[in-house]
Ligand binder design. Structure first.
Ligand SMILES: Nc1ncnc2c1ncn2[C@@H]1O[C@H](COP(=O)(O)OP(=O)(O)O)[C@@H](O)[C@H]1O
Ligand SMILES: [Mg+2]
Length: 268
């Protein structure tokens, strides 16, 4: 388990960004992290990763306080995909980029090569292994960052708004990959504004507003609430809204659920 306990945070002497924030992520779950622009989502991911230090509270990994551990140390168990993944790529080829972490860990050349080969296969980048990372598409760069985490065998993966500004094909490829990783036991924290993804793919959703966690539950619990305050910056997905109008008002997390209901109703 990866947790943040009672964390306070502010950039320099500015107003507090987080006040006594606690949240946790378990292996094998796909968790959405939502909230308005500027609410502090990226800040939370940077605190989990060790790129920022809390002013109070702690970060805990498997019962151990890791607040003082550097981002490099935490990269053994947390993979991180930046909103702009090119900012985390420094090497001349995709394979070298993915090999970087395992090499730093001091693994043998043979073990590094095995891990790189497996990570590239899992992310469908085998054919791009000799490509220059900065020449790849955004979707491919994200997959290089994910491959780097897989090569480190991290238990957790954090992605900061990976699907914003992305086309449908890249989005579907990414979601299919993340679903596979979740099923393999990796805990995924996915920062997103996409209500369709939250409803259709995520096991849990955490919402940040006014420097605190204002919701932590299933997407169904979130989208079937009486009201969602404007401050949360959320909307009910179209499929859920249509579902409410159907006989029996079923909860429809995806459009395919709506279609299924309509087909079933038509046959009857
Ligand atoms: N390096 C920084 N220095 C000062 N203020 C920052 C810095 N990074 C972010 N902020 C401010 O902190 C708040 C939260 O930012 P951020 O965590 O990026 O939110 P989100 O990812 O939810 O959009 C915003 O008001 C933002 O302007
Ligand atoms: Mg952000």
């Amino acid at each position: 388990m990866l947790s943040m306990e009672q964390v306070d945070f502010a950039y320099e002497r500015r107003h507090p960004i987080l006040r006594k924030v606690s949240l946790s992520l378990t292996a094998g779950e796909f968790v959405a992290f939502a909230g308005r622009n500027g609410s502090g989502k990226t800040t939370v991911t940077r605190l989990l990763m060790g790129l920022e230090q809390p002013t109070a509270g702690r970060i805990v990994y498997d019962g151990v306080d890791v607040t003082a551990d550097s981002a490099g140390e935490r990269s053994r168990y947390i993979g991180y995909v930046f909103q702009q993944p090119e900012r985390q790529m420094f090497r001349a080829t995709v394979a070298e980029e993915v090999a970087f972490g395992p090499q730093l860990q001091g693994l043998s050349a043979e073990e590094v090569e095995t891990r790189v080969g497996e990570a590239l296969a899992a992310t469908r980048l085998t054919e791009r292994r000799d490509a220059y990372p900065l020449h790849l598409s955004r979707g491919e760069k994200q997959r290089v960052a994910i491959a780097s985490a897989l090569a480190m065998r991290t238990r957790f993966l954090i992605l900061d708004e990976p699907t914003s500004g992305q086309d449908g094909g890249d989005r579907d490829t990414l979601l299919a990959l993340l679903t596979t990783l979740k099923e393999a036991g990796i805990g995924v924290l996915f920062v997103t504004h996409d209500m369709e993804i939250i409803a259709g793919y995520c096991d849990r959703v955490i919402v940040l507003a006014d420097a605190d966690i204002v919701f932590d539950g299933t997407p169904e619990q979130l989208f079937t609430q009486e009201t969602m305050p404007d401050a949360w910056g959320l909307a009910v997905p179209v499929s859920v809204r249509i579902g409410r109008q159907l006989p029996g008002a079923p909860y429809c997390p995806r459009m395919s659920d709506v279609v299924q209901r309509l087909v079933a109703g038509g046959v009857r």
